[in-house]
Design a protein around this ligand. Sequence first.
Ligand code: GUN
Length: 304
Amino acid sequence: MTAEIIDGKAFAAGLRARVAEQVAALTADNEAGGAGGGLRPGLAVVLVGDNPASEVYVRNKARQTLEVGMRSFEHRLEASTSQGELLALVERLNRDPAVHGILVQLPLPEQIDAAAVINAIDPAKDVDGFHILNAGRLATGQDALVPCTPLGCLMLLQARFGDLSGQRAVVLGRSNIVGKPMAQLLLGANCTVTLAHSRTRDLPAICREGDILIAAVGRPRMVEAGWVKPGATVIDVGINRLEPETPGGKGRLVGDVDFDAVRQVAGAITPVPGGVGPMTIACLLANTLTAACRATGRAAPKLL
Ligand code: GUN
């Protein structure tokens, strides 16, 4: 069997187009002085320090925010910024009515407590879905802003299967950003979920139980063909840059899945790059649109 390749890049382009359409309608309403009062959603991105990978993400976020017609506010702070200075900026953004979404790029320098900063963001503007209130809402099945990468994975799965009820899903990786919210989302979609991690006994056998396997461990090409149930759908969240000296490496980007081997076994698989990655920013824009609509008493549009 050779797996179907799930084209996350194309799906993300479609999602961005639907977001842009909604933004255009909201803004036109503004310019016409419509009865509902107009609205241009705004996203503030905060980058502390000069981590090169974070630089690339932040630049892409800002570009795509503008491309869908939203306002983009970029705040770049020195690596030596204190927690107090960052909290003061977050407070300012919380109060700014032009800002509907706030994203503080992680990782933060070590003098800053990331949890304290995330939990200082107004939960209604927490478009990353990392605030403890949004995490709790997701875990208890209440309306929440949901972390972008797992939301993107869920959208790809729902586009493929429709209803996910009864599927066996294995999530490999237990981070707050991907693994835990991914497991919650799949549970909410009526999957039977196993959350596996580095201490899980007999990881290959556990992974092989999944009709759906989500790999989010950050270890290049860790998931081998023998870890995958024949015909399973494999979602690869990993983005790992190989060292130039790695055989076949040359600094190339690979996922957490050995793509060439696993595609011989799986029913469908996301590539790296071009799979989950583009969905993350598209979902960030969708969350910003949702936050802006809710902040102004509008119903959040359905984007699927
Ligand atoms: N760093 C890596 N991924 C993310 C993300 O989704 N959000 C934020 N804020 N930082 C990140």
